[in-house]
Write a protein that binds this ligand. Structure first.
Ligand code: PSU
Ligand code: MN
Length: 301
């Protein structure tokens, strides 16, 4: 299987030596933020991983080649190119067959990270069940059911139906771990009112559960949910109005399928005058740091 992968030498060396590696997704670069700041944000996320003593492995498909760990030039290319397919599980064979560029979602990144032997993946928020459209359920949730990677995130995006998302995670047997919280974070804001399955207070405590998941060979992933730092929080009461407006605009504009999430995130960013973006960037950097700390705990056995 691994014959399809191109692994950056630095990532390959770290994996071979059992040193900590953190997988990072690329959809947030191509579909989450506009150029050129997307490239700066991606570089800052990689830097945050490095500062905590782990090696970042940003995952994407370049010219049909599944790539683990990008060079700065590849990151720049991806962030500024206009023809990059948002790549979830179902898109992987298409981009590989056609030699296209693809930016991996949470689901796509989990698959490739697992192939490469990376156990920890840091991102912003996972996809989930869309509000008012309970059949629009992100493939991220199914991937969490099937692929043993720990996804460090700030919960599911607040544009989603969080209670239904939690129900689906429960159905699929995905443990939801609260990192220094007993409540599921709501992406831009710290609280959702929904309880997580277990609270941990340190990277070591998270690593113990990830190791148990590996030992039990349950086959699925885990979610480690980290609240946005308090200083950068966009309180739920304020966010709600903007989110409702963005959802209404998506309906009016007739946005469907995989375009829904990028549209909503972009619209929320516009309507909030940058308020959502500040929280989004802060939580991405914070999650990258926590993911790196957990991968370090996992590495020292
Ligand atoms: N969170 C962000 N920005 C993003 C995403 C999440 O802050 O761009 C992306 C992730 O890649 C996630 C995807 O996997 O949105 C979910 O898309 P969908 O709802 O179509 O499954
Ligand atoms: Mn969808």
């Amino acid at each position: 299987m691994t014959f399809e992968l191109t692994i950056h030498p630095e990532v390959e060396a770290a994996l071979a030596e059992g040193r900590p590696v953190v997988a990072l997704e690329s959809t947030l670069i191509t579909h989450g933020f506009p150029a050129p700041e997307n490239v700066e944000i991606a570089a800052a996320i990689e830097q945050a991983v490095r500062e905590q003593g782990a090696v970042p492995a940003t995952i994407a498909v370049l010219g049909g080649q599944i790539t683990v760990g990008l060079t700065p030039a590849q990151l720049e290319y991806l962030g500024t190119s206009r023809n990059v397919r948002k790549c979830s599980r179902r898109d992987l064979p298409i981009v590989v067959a056609r030699g296209e560029d693809g930016a991996t979602t949470v689901a796509g990144t989990m698959i490739v990270a697992h192939w490469a032997g990376i156990e920890v993946f840091g991102t912003g928020g996972i996809g989930g069940v869309h509000r008012g459209y309970p059949f629009d359920e992100s493939a991220d949730l199914l991937e969490l059911a099937h692929t043993p990677v720990a996804v460090v995130c700030a919960g599911a995006k607040a544009i989603l139906d969080l209670p239904l998302t939690m129900e689906v995670l429960e159905t699929h047997g995905v443990p939801v771990i609260g990192y220094q919280t007993a409540e599921l974070p709501a992406f831009y804001s710290r609280r959702s009112g929904l309880p997580v399955d277990v609270r941990v207070d340190s990277p070591e405590e998270a690593a113990v559960i990830i190791r148990a998941n590996r030992r039990l060979n349950l086959g699925g992933g885990l979610l480690v949910t980290v609240p946005v730092p308090a200083a950068d929080e966009w309180p739920a009461e304020e966010a709600q109005e903007v989110i409702n407006q963005a959802i209404a605009d998506a309906q009016t504009a007739g946005i469907t399928g995989k375009a829904v999430t990028p549209y909503l995130l972009g619209r929320v960013s516009e309507l909030s005058g940058g308020r959502s973006k500040k929280a989004n960037i802060a939580l991405l950097l914070n999650n990258a740091r926590v993911a790196a700390q957990i991968s370090r705990s996992l590495a020292d056995k």
